[in-house]
Design a protein around this ligand. Structure first.
Ligand code: ASP
Length: 335
């Protein structure tokens, strides 16, 4: 019988009502889990629960929690066949992306899930999300960090939270689902990552100063100069369309060049969820490349942020980080 470790980090799924709104409650989740009909059914894998402390609304997730979760998985890797990480939906795509980079040569399923409605409420979507995630975590076809929600199994570093209140809260705009759970769970063999060759390697992350800048019409780039050139080591710039910045980019380019010369890595992502950055297609983007920025292609902002943390934590030099930002390391981008 397969054995799964459930790591409960917090999030709506295990929250209870408080005078200030929903919040996680230490020591409560086990009883909520045991109350799910079928959680101990014969068709289910065996599972054990590990509750992290403190439990968090995922808005409070930091690199420290990512390290805690990844370390727990690495330390228990040989004892379990798969892992289910219960997590708030707000930053689940960031954590899934971070774990995908931190756990190199992952040969077992790590499935993140949660819910939009807590288990303590009558219409909770948490029951199916947990039961199906446990079945996926016991499936030998999956060797990657993924996110299961509302019937879809997505690659973790391709997922993005799409709906604040819908039960299908996540989408994967640039990569097909890994599986769809209808009457049965239908895997798409061609979409899954192959089993890796080497042994699992856990790379903890450092709290590197990273920034995300979203361009908008009328942006005054000069206001960002000091943080871009002195404070941030990695910047994700969310541009228009295929990588375009306002024509006043003339103000931005010297700043980017100085940031680049100071060792900052600037990655260009798109504000459009679907499609890829293509630096040079328009005049408004080609200068970004000349100034030293790298193309994030079709990577999500969540994955780009996590990848910058990861590559800086690996202790690589700027040119190597730039090179790897444009290469898929865990299936996070399409080249
Ligand atoms: N604020 C909650 C969280 O991310 C939302 C959720 O879990 O759906 O922890």
């Amino acid at each position: 019988m397969k054995r799964i470790l459930i790591v409960y980090t917090g999030g709506t799924i295990g929250m209870v009502r408080t005078p200030n709104g929903y919040a996680p409650k230490e020591g409560y989740f086990r009883s909520a889990l045991e109350a799910i009909p079928a959680i101990r059914a014969e068709a289910m894998p065996a599972w054990e629960l590990c509750e992290l402390s403190p439990l968090l609304d995922s808005s409070n997730m930091t690199v420290n929690e990512w390290n805690k979760i990844a370390r727990l998985i690495a330390e228990n890797y040989d004892r379990y066949d798969g892992f289910v990480v219960l997590h708030g939906t707000d930053t689940m795509a960031y954590t899934a992306s971070a774990l995908s980079f931190m756990l190199e040569n992952l040969g077992k399923p790590v499935v993140l899930t949660g819910s939009q409605i807590p288990l303590c409420e009558v219409r909770s979507d948490g029951c199916d999300n947990i039961l199906t995630s446990l079945l996926i975590a016991a499936d030998e076809r999956v060797h990657e960090v993924c996110l299961y929600f509302g019937g879809n199994l997505l690659r973790g570093n391709r997922a993005t939270k799409y709906s604040a209140d819908g039960l299908i809260a996540f989408v994967s705009p640039n990569y097909p689902p890994l599986a769809e759970a209808g009457i049965s769970i239908r895997y798409r063999a061609g979409s899954l990552l192959p089993r890796p060759e080497g042994a699992l390697r856990f790379q903890p992350l450092e709290n590197v100063p990273i920034g995300v800048i979203k361009v908008f019409p009328g942006i005054q780039f000069s206001l960002f100069e000091s943080i871009m050139t002195e404070k941030l080591r990695g910047i994700v710039i969310e541009t228009f369309g295929a990588g375009n910045i306002p024509g006043d980019g003339n103000a931005l380019l010297p700043i980017i060049r100085r940031a680049f010369e100071g060792g900052t890595v600037l990655t260009v992502c798109s504000q459009c969820p679907q499609g890829a950055v293509s630096l040079g297609t328009y005049e408004t983007s080609s200068a970004l490349k000349r100034a030293g920025a790298v193309s994030g292609l079709d990577i999500t902002t969540e994955a780009a942020v996590a990848k910058l943390y990861y590559l800086f934590s690996c202790g690589l030099d700027r040119d190597e980080i730039k090179r790897r930002m444009e290469l898929p390391l865990r299936g996070e981008m399409t080249v």
